[in-house]
Design a binder for this molecule. Structure first.
Ligand code: PEP
Ligand code: MN
Length: 353
């Protein structure tokens, strides 16, 4: 259920309501709106009929049931879009942050070269896997701690924010000390111990959609994180399995407007893992932005044919710059601010020519 407080209800009244919610056996979560505070009461008993008694407490405007199975991530508890900050980068407002970088961290030289290029191209967030969830146990599994150190170092040198994947609950603390945002990958979307652990942290979390998961299960996974107290969740559509084999997965473009109707959380799109081919990345990116995505995460490599992982879907520098140029009018058309501080010829001179 949600308890909607009256306009400007004082903190003492909010505390009183929270106390009563705890006494009733629920867990209170205060959701700060622009005008009014709303208190979500969640727990095992939330399917039961509402105790009308809460409505009689001072400062309470109304008490409403939440009809969706997910509660804290639902639009029902919060009308306004959540804006998640990664350092000074904001996701979920009119800005359109692009995150980019290699699939995997391979060496300091590689990440440093890509990081400096991306910085000059105006990209605010660098991606790169230090712990890689590979389908085959014989594939490269990532540089692990050494990879984290490289990301941290390049982050410090360039000022880029770092997003990187965490595979196991026991690594959350370590990864948090090197990164600015934790990525939970598609294969771990329903790893509940991991979701609970990132939920206990105060780091922003990028939650990818499982490749065989309906939108409702994806939102339920986000609910796990919020229920532990971490509201800093950004969803990421990365394609789902269908019968189509020409693409790695099928970008479910409809999930973008759908999630925005169902939830207040931001949603970004990963066109690289969706299509699985660099040639599809520009069109899928434009489609994502026009469908209302709050950002993109794109694989970029200085030499894709030599990449240790996902080279076939990684853009080289030239193609990435072209993609950014093509995105600009699409972003303008849907009222989004791509805000790239790029001087193309200088970036080309420094990194390509
Ligand atoms: C990745 O982003 O490197 C990755 C492995 O993606 P996904 O979890 O979407 O497959
Ligand atoms: Mn990859």
């Amino acid at each position: 259920m949600i308890v909607v407080m009256k306009l400007n209800a004082p903190e003492t009244q909010v505390e009183q309501v929270k106390k009563r919610i705890v006494e009733m056996g629920f867990t209170p979560h205060v959701i700060h709106g622009v005008e009014k505070q709303v208190i979500g009461a969640v727990g095992d008993k939330s399917g039961q009929r509402l105790p009308g008694e809460l409505e009689t407490l001072e400062g309470v405007e109304k008490v409403l049931p939440i009809s969706s199975p997910y509660k804290l991530v639902s639009r029902e508890v919060k009308d306004q879009d959540s804006v998640i900050k990664v350092g000074e980068v904001e996701i979920g407002n009119r800005d359109l942050p692009v995150m980019a970088g290699p699939c995997a961290v391979e060496s300091y030289e590689q990440v440093s070269s890509i990081g400096r290029f991306l910085k000059d191209a105006g990209v605010p967030v660098l991606r790169g896997g230090a712990y890689k969830p590979r389908t085959s146990p014989y594939s490269f599994q990532g540089l692990e701690l050494e990879g984290l150190e490289i990301l941290y170092q390049v982050g410090k040198e360039t000022g880029l924010k770092i997003v990187t994947e965490v595979l196991s609950p026991s690594d959350v603390e370590t990864v948090s000390s090197y990164a600015d945002m934790l990525q939970v990958g598609a294969r771990n979307m329903q790893n509940y111990p991991l979701l609970k652990e990132v939920g206990k942290s105060s780091m922003p979390v990028l939650l990818k959609r499982g490749m065989a998961s309906p939108v409702e299960e994806w939102l339920m996974s986000a609910e796990y994180i919020l229920a532990e107290g971490n509201e800093r969740v950004v969803l990421c559509e990365r394609g789902i399995r269908t019968f189509e084999n020409y693409t790695r997965t099928t970008l479910d473009i409809s999930s973008v407007p759908l999630v925005k109707q169902l939830s207040h959380l931001p949603v970004i799109v990963d066109p690289s893992h969706s299509g699985g081919s660099w040639k599809l990345v520009p069109s899928l990116s434009r489609a994502a932005v026009s469908a209302g995505a709050d950002g993109l995460i794109i694989e970029v490599h200085h030499n894709p044919p030599e990449a240790w992982c996902d080279g076939g879907q990684s853009l080289n520098y030239q193609n990435f710059l072209e993609l950014l140029k093509e995105l600009q009018p699409v972003a303008d058309a849907v009222g989004r601010n791509l805000s790239l501080s790029m001087e193309e010829h200088k970036v080309k001179e420094a990194h390509i020519l």
